[in-house]
Design a protein around this ligand. Structure first.
Ligand code: GLC
Length: 591
């Protein structure tokens, strides 16, 4: 880090013409982050106060049995060449003057209108403020996952209280006894959503929460607890206020979440086995996909299809990994925390190995699977999960570019779901579950398959869509999830913020800019829909809400992050040396 590096501290709390506060990303980036972000061209001088009060504690540090003092994390992902394309690219941020688009002010306005008060305190944002829709369903609630981009926008704007209140309110809800019929749920389960009800007679506000008992499908939201931990770290990074994370309540809340997902059972894999529909894709969708012409599928179709599809969805595995790393940086090494720290360290090791080996797919690996032998026994097996090559869907052979790769949707015994899922892959980049080479390969894929994965409206939630028999089997004939709609190949503007963060981390902000330009051409005109339909995302979703808060917040966060990439530290973790891959498998692995 050159000592002469320009550091401009901006007064915290100053507001600009739009009423937005200029925020210094206090303690929001590690020193290694500084170094590389400084190299982004044509960006305003970065506002960094070089306080290092909350850097990540690296896994290597824990492994070495070191004290919990903050140490420099390992080398930055950027320094491994991630910035290549920014520096090489003629179309990098040069054209981008950071002039606020008129949509930016409109989005802030809409975001503020979605704020929910509880006893006069802001505690979250409702899912959608759609006055045109008669069917409110549960869109008038504060969803934990939906609030994350809102929270990021508020934190980037120095409005920290709403985030703190939300974290405390949901922590309080975690403490409730949760039942579905006669079954008591685990203590650590966080709600999917909560609702503030105003009692006009008593002039009081009351809370109700949904832990899955009201949700369609009655599935507990596995992702809520993970997002809660990730948000707690983002809050701490953005504010420099460690007292919240260090409070006994938050420490306990974290431990309860971790106890749920680190418990021992009959597992032979370090991944987390989940019911379908336990994340953003909250309906049956995350199962396995087969080419309908394949022999295996034909065999399957002769059998009655009654049970739901369970598995190891990438969306959850990536969030699991990220939340473990976030928790590791915040847990106290006291008598109770210590045991969890040890379990996290071991799990992270095993999880990164498993994911990087068995979920990773690129051209070379596809060729290996294509030539798999089956029925192999013992530890010498190459085809460890006995995947039958006939079950590889046809589309993947054309889709897979020579350059690029990604983490596939699901891997379990004899089952591979080859579909692309955007959230899991972006989180894999941000959490450094993906190695720097894999991260670059994911971005290569996005560039090579832009039409399919971004199209006319960023970003496809999953690709490709399930049709015909597959749609019947996997979605259970779900009319909301018809091909190229909603979770089944629909395009979700909210994903823009995660995509932008991944682009910045891999040194390709110009790609994020391209996606933002697409969003700016339609989002406001179309009334900020929840999702778009069609192969290229051209049509406003069949049942999409308008003024969907996370579409609005996702856009704001993407804009603010691109304007000031130092915000990236809130949602990004560097690679940890202790998790370096022990094996080299194909081109996109090569260091
Ligand atoms: C839908 C989405 C879910 C989201 C909720 C509220 O159910 O599938 O991810 O949290 O709407 O917006």
């Amino acid at each position: 880090m050159p000592p002469s590096r320009m550091v401009e501290v901006v007064e915290n709390g100053r507001r600009d013409a739009m009423g937005l506060r200029k925020v210094d990303s206090r303690a929001s980036i590690t020193e290694a982050d500084d170094l590389d972000l400084a190299r982004l061209p044509d960006r305003p001088r970065i506002k960094i106060e070089r306080k290092r009060s909350f850097d990540e504690r690296s896994l290597s540090e824990h492994l070495a049995g070191g004290s919990l003092r903050q140490v420099d994390s390992v080398e930055s992902i950027f320094s491994l060449g991630g910035l290549r394309s920014v520096l090489d690219s003629p179309s990098s941020l040069g054209h981008h003057s950071f002039e606020p688009h008129p949509m930016f002010a409109e989005a802030w306005d809409a975001l503020r209108k979605s704020i929910v008060l509880f006893r006069s305190q802001p505690v979250g944002t409702i899912a959608a403020l759609d006055h045109t829709s008669e069917e409110v369903l549960n869109y008038d609630q504060v969803f934990v996952r939906d609030f994350v981009p809102s929270a990021m926008a508020f934190l980037m704007n120095g409005e920290n209280d709403i985030v703190k209140n939300f974290l405390l309110k949901t922590l309080h809800l975690q403490g409730w006894e949760k039942r579905i019929d006669r079954f008591k749920l685990g203590e650590g389960v966080m709600p999917a959503s909560f609702k503030v009800r105003h009692d006009p007679i008593r002039k009081n506000d009351n809370l109700t929460a949904d832990f899955g008992e009201s949700a369609i499908g009655r599935v507990a939201p596995v992702d809520s607890g993970f997002w809660w931990i990730i948000l707690l770290r983002a809050y701490t990074k953005a504010t420099g206020d460690m007292t919240l994370a260090e409070s006994p309540e938050c420490q306990r809340g974290m431990r309860l979440i971790l106890a749920l997902c680190l418990s021992e059972g009959f597992e032979t894999f370090p991944t987390l086995l989940c019911a379908d529909g336990c994340s953003m894709i909250d309906r049956r969708m995350v199962g396995q996909t087969f080419d309908s012409a394949s022999l295996y599928c034909r065999a399957l179709l002769t059998k009655p299809i009654s049970q739901g599809v369970y598995g190891y969805p990438i969306e959850i595995q990536a969030l699991f990994f990220m939340s473990l790393r976030c928790a590791l940086s915040m847990l106290k090494q006291d008598s109770e925390g210590k045991e969890f720290i040890e379990r996290i360290v071991k799990r992270l090791h095993a999880l990164s190995y498993h994911m990087r080996n068995y979920f990773w797919l690129d051209f070379q690996q596809l060729n290996v699977i294509y030539r798999y032998k089956t029925e192999e026994y013992s530890h010498t097996a190459v085809n460890k999960f006995n995947v039958i090559p006939d079950s590889i869907p046809d589309w993947i052979f054309d889709f897979m570019p020579n350059r690029g790769g990604y983490f596939i949707g699901n891997v379990s015994p004899a089952r591979m779901d080859f579909r692309w899922f955007a959230l899991g892959n972006c989180i894999a980049i941000l959490s450094s579950l993906a190695t720097p080479e894999q991260s670059a390969a994911i971005m290569d894929l996005l560039e090579e398959r832009w039409e399919e994965l971004v199209g006319e409206m960023p970003l496809k939630i999953a690709y490709p869509a399930l049709e015909g028999h597959e749609w019947r089997i996997v979605t259970g004939c779900d009319p909301k999830n018809t091909r190229w709609s909603y979770h089944n190949g629909g395009s979700w503007p909210v994903l823009l913020w995660l995509f932008t963060a991944a682009c910045i981390k891999t040194g390709r902000p110009q790609i994020a800019q391209r996606a933002i330009d697409l969003a700016e051409s339609r989002l406001s005109k179309d009334g900020w829909p929840e999702y778009y339909d069609g192969k290229t995302g051209r049509y406003v979703g069949k049942q999409a809400r308008k003024f969907q808060t996370w579409s609005i917040a996702g856009y704001l966060v993407a804009k603010m992050m691109l304007e000031d990439p130092s915000h990236l530290g809130m949602i990004s973790l560097e690679e940890d040396r202790a998790m370096k891959p022990p094996v080299k498998r194909s081109a996109s692995w090569t260091i």
